[in-house]
Write a protein that binds this ligand. Sequence first.
Ligand code: UD1
Ligand code: CA
Length: 571
Amino acid sequence: MKNLGAIIMAAGLGKRMRSKLGKVLHPVAGRPMVLYAVELAERLTDEGVAVVVGHQADQVKAVLDSYRGGKPGSVGSRPVIGREKGMTAHVKNPASKSSSILIAEQTQQLGTGHAVVQARHAILRARGRAAGTYLILNGDTPLLTEATVQQLLTIHADEKAAVTILTAMLDDPAGYGRVIRAHTLEGPRHVLKIVEDRDATVSESAVKEINVGTYVIDGAFLFEALDHLQPKNAQQEYYLTDVVKLAVDRGLGVSAMVVAEADEGLGVNSRRQLAIAERVVRERIRVHWMQEGVTLHDPTTTWIDADVRIEQDTVLYPHVTLEGRTSLGQDCVIRSHTRLTNTTVGDRVVIQDSCVITDAKLEDSASVGPFAHLRPGSIVRRKAKVGNFVEMKKAELGEGAKANHLSYLGDARIGKDVNIGAGTITCNYDGYHKFETVIEDEVFIGSDTQLVAPVKVGRGSVIAAGTTITQDVPPNSLAISRTVQVNRVGWASKRRAWLAGGEPGDRQAASGKGLEIKHVRGSRSEVELRTTNGERRTSDSRPSKISPRPLAPRLLPLASKTKRRKKTGGK
Ligand code: UD1
Ligand code: CA
């Protein structure tokens, strides 16, 4: 329809949600509820969309801003959400649309009619005139589809109506406004008015046809009629729904269309209704992606948010969760219990079971997991591998590089074909500040290495296992930092013999050297070696002839020792 504007009412608190968060901000399939209406309206109108905000206006505005401009800080550009028949939303063609949303403030929530009055102010200020027709949507009807609204617009035009409303037949109409029609003997019964649940008489309450909260109204009539709304009702609010009766009273045409699937008319006022909306939207999303060529091995356990995008022949195993603005390329395999949030994934990427990946980027043919944690700012380049129990944060793993086991890589830039040995840790935090580790191409990091940042390892270098790197390593060098190894030949067999029965020779040898062997709590394995004056000997200072270092050495409590010495007048 040409010359069509839209108004979305999103200023209410939503008392029945019993929430600190404004109702229209509650997410449905990961997207704030209000955006379902905004995005639908944007696709149908040529005269712009006005959104009435009030309760938590700043947060609602922030949501609208991020919808318009792309979310700052996320990897990859913000996709624009598309909509098809039977599908509430999916992602299409990123960044191809620049929308202009007019914000109208409703500081006091005096009803839906009052909300539209605020929109009128904003529209007149911005454009100086009314559009030919307005589509008006409640901000809490996320299941409404574009196809239905298109039909409503067609009926409105065909029947040359001043007001056209969308209705639904519900077994349980409680809470909704009822559509009251004239009783005539022949022909369709035309709409007389909408009566709110709280204002309805007993017989009106029994009516099962409800007002969905989706209206198409002639612009000139709407802007004028708003001045005639009166808050004469149970809630003492200005009801938008009263424009129906105003039109009827003036002999203007009022049309109504009953929505084919009553589900679509769901207004989310409570957490229960929120859960219903969530279930329906998620099912639509799953059906959509299966139609697009994505395999879902167990659809009901697969959670895909509304703004996720997935390409052909990608396979999702049971219990996969794809959140926010995640996008997956072709031929990826995502195994069970993995959660991806705002993550961009290339083609042929394999993510094993139980990974948590947030605000990250995985390039083509990368492989991750099982049990990997990729925190914001992680980049896994082409063909790179992140194995089990690896955590990354603000870290880039270069093309073909591997970090296969048990590592923490934070604030790190790691080049091509680098091998990160098991147990490698970037020590990026000194308790106050974060520092960067740079590892250039083709470096080999031996297992159990700590890299104390800021530090840089030059191209082609080798770090010996167990090294603590505290200084930059020049290219093509070996860096090693360990204590020199000592081998005591025969030590182990001596210890075994001693533990098996004690070696009198050992005891004698010990006392000869001013040492004694103590058994603690009578246990053979709980023994220690002390000098006779109480000083504990370490294995390194112990003469090798003396009994070897016992297992699990335990110090006698120092206090009791001191006491004993005092008693015996020792020093
Ligand atoms: C409204 C309709 C009701 C319909 C139902 C469908 C009115 C008077 N009633 O009732 O006939 O069956 O929707 O779901 O319109 N809002 C504002 N400012 C306000 C009050 C509300 O912006 O001052 C917004 C809300 O944020 C919400 C929408 O308008 O998005 C509807 O308000 P809500 O309070 O949910 O109306 P219902 O009681 O559900
Ligand atoms: Ca409602």
